[in-house]
Design a protein around this ligand. Structure first.
Ligand SMILES: [Mn+2]
Length: 331
């Protein structure tokens, strides 16, 4: 059992590295902070490593631990944990080499995934990786949720359940929520930080994104778009795009919402010398359709209700691919 392998690794080691996936969201970052707190409660040393800029909505969690953007040259670890990661392409970069980090342990809850990780603890029934972290902590013998873990793990669970609303929310999820409040989490701090507190540019971006709304397949597919030109003219950035796809799903009759978002290709330039653009696709389901099927067809992955991909094609071409794939799915 992989849980026992993790317990053995932790018992046998002293120093651990804890990370989230690339451009960590609340579940990845909250789970990393939470797991580091559990490791410390078990008497171990844990360093949290996030090489990317942190999304502004997650800054409120930063005081839970020292967050390293780079690691000291002499750092060595007995194992490295990467939270909420289903794909090799989503590992943080730079990833410390194996002689620095030790074996790579993936802690996750995604149904669609690569074979990344030397040890994998994946519970596809968990509402968030944060829930898997609490189970691992208990397997380690830490029964009470450490105070430093409460706010980050509450953020992880609130974010991935859309505020305890998605069908992944179970009675167990709500009991964990109650335990996290008892341990010191603050529900309004989390809700306001994760879902509100918008900058003016983000509200302007939402308005522009809603203007791009198209529906297809008798109103069952909604497509929203974000161009680089929209972002720059509104003073908005990519972090502000996260989550806007749900406004497509809010429209009555929509079963699948897709947000297509121009994304600079890594190291890519076109013939004219301008940056080559890929299209990122965020997908959300109203409940019946499994949008991870569309994401996998486009080369990505995710969950039944929320999935995504990055496609080497223009917005228009990607929209065509999404329509085709969605038509097959909804048949
Ligand atoms: Mn997650």
């Amino acid at each position: 059992m992989s849980v026992e392998r993790v317990v053995d690794l932790v018992r046998a080691g002293e120093r651990f590295l804890v990370m989230g996936h690339r451009r960590p969201d609340a579940d990845a970052f909250g789970s990393a902070l939470g797991w580091a707190a559990f490791l410390r409660a078990a008497g171990k040393h844990a360093d949290v490593y996030v090489p990317d800029a942190l999304a502004p909505s997650l800054e409120y969690l930063r005081d839970a631990a020292v967050v390293h953007a780079t690691l000291p040259a002499e750092a060595r670890y007995d194992a490295a944990f990467v939270m909420d990661t289903a794909a090799r392409a989503l590992l943080p970069t730079p990833l410390p080499p194996r002689d620095v980090r030790g074996p790579l342990v993936v802690v996750d809850h995604h149904a669609a995934h690569d074979d990344v990780g030397d040890v994998v603890v994946r519970d596809v029934g968990a509402c968030a990786t944060g829930e898997v972290v609490i189970a691992l902590g208990r397997a380690l013998g830490v029964e009470a949720i450490p105070a430093d873990a409460a706010r980050p793990l509450y953020a992880a669970i609130v974010a991935d359940t859309g505020g305890f609303r998605y069908p992944t929310t179970s009675a167990h999820t709500l009991r964990l929520g109650a335990e996290l409040l008892d341990a010191g989490a603050d529900p309004w701090e989390a809700a306001y930080s994760l879902f509100e507190g918008w900058e003016p540019a983000r509200l302007r971006l939402l308005s522009a994104v809603i203007d791009t709304l198209e529906t297809h397949l008798d109103g069952r597919l909604a497509i929203l778009r974000v161009t680089r030109e929209m972002l720059s003219s509104l003073g908005a950035d990519d972090d502000m795009v996260e989550g806007l796809v749900s406004y497509g799903r809010a429209l009555r009759g929509v079963e699948v919402a897709a947000l297509l978002w121009e994304w600079p290709r890594a190291g890519g330039t076109s013939a004219g010398g301008t940056a080559a653009l890929d299209t990122k696709v965020s997908l959300r389901s109203q409940g019946r359709a499994d949008v991870s099927v569309i994401a996998v067809e486009l080369g990505g992955g995710g969950h039944r209700g929320a999935a995504g991909a990055q496609v080497e094609a223009s917005l228009d071409e990607t929209a065509r691919l999404v329509r085709k794939s969605c038509a097959r799915l909804l048949e």
